[in-house]
Write a protein that binds this ligand. Sequence first.
Ligand code: ZN
Length: 127
Amino acid sequence: MNLQEAKRYCPHCRRLFDGPKCPDCKSRRTPPRDPQNGDICFLTEQAQIWSEPLRDVLSQNGIPCEMEGRLGSGISTLVGYSQESYRFFVPYECLPTACDLVEQLFGGKYEQEQEEAQEDTPEQEEE
Ligand SMILES: [Zn+2]
């Protein structure tokens, strides 16, 4: 996410975005507004195995975060779902730092995934 370009905040989805309408809810329920300090903003979504290291790193840097289980309900706290993933939300004023931390923590992982994705793309050969 490019924070320089993400200028609008959707209070309904709790995310920053760029453009006239929220890409998630199309701003049907809540009009977007300018982000303010204290707004809880979507940071990233991570699989369960990555959620704990991320939470630790955030707390080590003094960033309060909210975690929201993708599957919802309390079941996920009772059963160890390997497929459970968590959405992370942090206050707007902490978002730039949090984004840096995410990049440090997961940068290599994302690069790897991108490389793999490129390999999957069929090559177009011109004849
Ligand atoms: Zn929205």
